[in-house]
Design a protein around this ligand. Structure first.
Ligand SMILES: *[C@@H]1O[C@H](CO)[C@@H](O)[C@H](O)[C@H]1NC(C)=O
Ligand SMILES: *[C@@H]1O[C@H](CO)[C@@H](O)[C@H](O)[C@H]1NC(C)=O
Ligand SMILES: *[C@@H]1O[C@H](CO)[C@@H](O)[C@H](O)[C@H]1NC(C)=O
Ligand SMILES: *[C@@H]1O[C@H](CO)[C@@H](O)[C@H](O)[C@H]1NC(C)=O
Ligand SMILES: *[C@@H]1O[C@H](CO)[C@@H](O)[C@H](O)[C@H]1NC(C)=O
Ligand SMILES: *[C@@H]1O[C@H](CO)[C@@H](O)[C@H](O)[C@H]1NC(C)=O
Ligand SMILES: *[C@@H]1O[C@H](CO)[C@@H](O)[C@H](O)[C@H]1NC(C)=O
Ligand SMILES: *[C@@H]1O[C@H](CO)[C@@H](O)[C@H](O)[C@H]1NC(C)=O
Ligand SMILES: *[C@@H]1O[C@H](CO)[C@@H](O)[C@H](O)[C@H]1NC(C)=O
Ligand SMILES: *[C@@H]1O[C@H](CO)[C@@H](O)[C@H](O)[C@H]1NC(C)=O
Ligand SMILES: CC(=O)N[C@H]1CO[C@H](CO)[C@@H](O)[C@@H]1O
Length: 579
């Protein structure tokens, strides 16, 4: 598979430059009320000017910031445009479970603030969707996709939601997910929840969106919002980013607070952005990272909790002089007939990394064989879920179904028709609550956890980094999550390519298309704890040289654009009516 050329990035900057200039002109043309002198583009170019609005499928934070600053559109227009696109995608893709009924009012308030000269930051007035396991104290539910939590309320916003609001983000709604972050059944499907239905991705009909941040992946990729937040325990950000042609950042466990986020595991859960560019993901990570007294894992953030400048880390030369390792034994172990295409694209990318100045070396994971038969991760997650779910439920300020433990949730799920039991079973919980199960205060938990720290640490990512003196380990994203998951280390995934036209269609559970023509995939940069700035730099340098996201288009694209919304509200001033 040929990698796209750097030419795409030149086109990109040209398009965006012209947009910014037009934005300024339109603002100037409209700012005085009676017969202003016309300083805008020649009127004959009306239709061309309409197309100068950024396209919502690939607009960036910087574009939106420029348009908002220049007065080309308002935050309210953004909300209206995104709501229309959600509506258009809804029946086919089920990516969003609920809309924030206050979104327009919030946008209006943020528009007023901006008009007053208060700009909270680069995300001021920009709509973002969050996964339906991140709690907000507003009119939206937080359910993890389960009917047991519909109507339950929380005593305050999660820190993640609070920080988004402080940054001026409009929380547009909640994205659908694999129910309970894919921690319930042996035989459910990626992206299915009882509350939200089945999410599909948009690059092939009935495409498996992967999970569990499935709706976040689809929504961000199609521009149903600027970007979305996901959560990851083992793959739930990077895997749907992989299949939806996105950049995903899985932060170090503890960089982003999990308080009032429906958990699986305090030792593995983390919250991060899913966006179309590395820079947009970096802006969002900057806004949500930080110490939270309610989540004491965040007290481990280095430098007294000071968060690095992730935007400053975006360095085109970051690959120059970098040492990058490849755990070839994990790749060989994981590759199957379908993913051979991903590995070929991955191997082709090595040449590009070297051309950009990186030294690429082999760096096998020494504990691969032991890891491949280990049950330690399952034991850790089962035990944590019992304890951590109980802790979350105990924080609720109202709990209409009175679920206070995993046993309660299981009883509810097995009895409530829409939960689709037993067609989708509760095998994961049955095991956790069964005779061999225990919670995370049990001595057996610590044995399993220590085992994981060895497998993923010395025997995995950390050992490879240390032995070879690496800045990062790279992997096809399809294989990247598991070792970092069990030691809590970060991953940044970037689009790499897509399956060719002739690719055999392989269906996963319940007929979803797991691999097939046009289905995208990515490359992951994995590093030590708290190395996000380094990984972001490397990922950016790679992204800017490839722009692989632009080489594949979804089969399903919502049609409403920002320009439609602005034109409809009739703010085209003196040059609207002649036609
Ligand atoms: C953005 O998306 C539009 C519509 O898909 C496309 O025409 C345009 O070329 C894209 N621009 C870039 C820079 O990728
Ligand atoms: C989604 O689609 C369904 C059925 O087409 C419709 O009833 C519902 O109102 C839509 N919801 C949203 C939020 O768009
Ligand atoms: C705008 O500024 C005025 C004067 O400082 C203040 O009274 C008003 O509350 C502000 N409005 C908003 C929406 O910030
Ligand atoms: C939750 O969802 C229900 C049913 O879909 C809805 O009536 C309610 O307003 C939502 N919000 C809260 C906080 O219950
Ligand atoms: C973190 O909080 C939990 C529960 O609040 C407590 O049991 C634990 O000891 C705390 N850990 C640290 C390192 O403070
Ligand atoms: C960018 O990366 C190069 C190569 O590592 C380094 O020499 C340079 O100082 C970096 N620039 C910035 C602004 O950090
Ligand atoms: C690393 O793994 C690959 C693939 O299994 C193998 O061919 C290679 O010999 C290994 N390298 C070392 C140093 O063991
Ligand atoms: C964890 O297990 C211990 C010992 O069985 C028990 O006392 C405790 O209540 C359990 N905690 C939770 C949250 O299940
Ligand atoms: C939950 O508990 C409250 C108080 O005990 C009770 O009134 C309510 O009926 C219970 N709800 C359900 C669904 O069992
Ligand atoms: C899922 O597994 C349960 C048993 O654990 C079984 O009853 C059910 O039929 C299975 N569903 C499907 C679609 O195979
Ligand atoms: C906004 C949205 O997409 N909502 C959908 C979520 O999934 C359910 C069940 O499939 C649909 O009924 C909603 O329309």
């Amino acid at each position: 598979m040929a990698l796209p050329s750097a030419f795409a990035s030149l086109v990109l900057s040209w398009v965006f430059c012209s947009f910014v200039v037009v934005a300024g002109n339109v603002h100037h043309g409209l700012s005085s009320s009676s017969s202003p002198p016309w300083h805008g583009p020649p009127r004959g170019s009306y239709y061309r000017d309409l197309t100068s609005f950024p396209s919502l499928i690939n607009v960036t934070v910087d574009d939106l910031k420029a348009g908002l600053e220049g007065g080309l559109f308002k935050s309210m227009d953004l909300v209206n445009a995104y709501l229309a696109r959600i509506e258009q995608a809804n029946a086919t893709l089920h990516a969003v479970t609920e809309i924030n009924p206050d979104a327009l009012a919030i946008a209006k308030q943020l528009d007023a603030e901006r008009a007053n000269g208060t700009v909270r930051g680069p995300l001021h007035g920009i709509p973002i969707l969050i996964k339906n396991n991140i709690a907000t104290m507003d009119k939206m539910n937080n359910t993890a996709g389960s009917w047991s939590l519909v109507g339950a309320t929380v005593p305050r916003d999660s820190q993640i939601a609070r920080k988004l609001r402080e940054a001026g983000v409009v929380i547009l709604g909640k994205s659908n997910l694999s129910q309970w972050a894919n921690f319930r059944s042996s035989n459910s499907s990626n992206g299915w929840s009882a509350y939200g239905g089945q999410v599909y991705a948009a690059y092939y009909p009935q495409q498996d969106p992967s999970g569990s941040s499935s709706g976040s992946g689809v929504a961000s990729s199609l521009g149903l919002s600027l970007a979305a937040l996901g959560t990851e325990t083992d793959g739930s950000i990077v895997s749907p980013s992989n299949k939806n042609n996105l950049v995903g950042i899985k932060p170090t466990v503890g960089l982003t607070s999990r308080n009032l986020v429906i958990p699986i595991s305090e030792h593995q859960d983390t919250i991060g952005p899913m966006a179309r560019t590395v820079k947009d993901a970096a802006y969002i990570l900057q806004a949500i990272a930080g110490v939270d007294p309610y989540d004491n894992y965040t007290s481990a953030i280095p430098n007294n909790g000071a968060i690095p400048d992730y935007i400053a880390a975006l360095n085109l030369s970051a690959l120059s002089g970098a040492r990058i390792g490849i755990p070839r034994n994990l790749i060989t172990f994981s590759t199957d007939a379908a993913s051979a295409v991903e590995v070929a694209a991955f191997d082709a990318a090595i040449t590009l990394l070297e051309a950009a100045g990186a030294t690429v070396v082999e760096a096998n994971f020494t504990a691969l064989a032991e890891w491949s038969t280990s049950t330690a991760e399952t034991e850790v997650l089962n035990a944590d879920f019992i304890t951590n779910l109980h802790a979350y439920l105990s924080l609720l300020s109202s709990n209409p179904n009175n679920v206070t433990s995993l046993a309660d949730v299981r009883a509810f799920t097995q009895a409530f028709l829409a939960e689709d039991y037993p067609d989708r079973d509760t095998a994961t919980w049955d095991e956790a609550l069964g005779p061999t199960g225990f919670n995370n205060s049990d001595p057996r938990f610590w044995a399993a956890y220590q085992k994981d720290l060895y497998l993923g640490g010395e025997g995995g990512v950390l050992g490879a980094l240390e032995r070879e003196g690496l800045d990062a380990v790279i992997l096809p994203t399809s294989f990247s999550s598991s070792f970092p998951a069990i030691v809590g280390t970060p991953i940044v995934t970037v689009p790499l390519g897509f399956y060719p036209a002739g690719q055999r269609v392989v269906r996963s559970a319940r007929g979803l298309v797991d691999s097939g023509p046009n289905v995208p995939f990515g490359i992951s940069f994995c590093g030590a704890k708290w190395s996000e700035a380094t990984l972001i730099g490397l990922a950016y340098a790679f992204e800017q040289r490839t722009m692989a996201r632009n080489t594949v288009q979804p089969y399903f694209v919502p049609t409403t654009e920002l320009v439609d919304v602005v034109a409809r509200r009739g703010h085209w001033g003196p040059w609207r009516s002649p036609w």
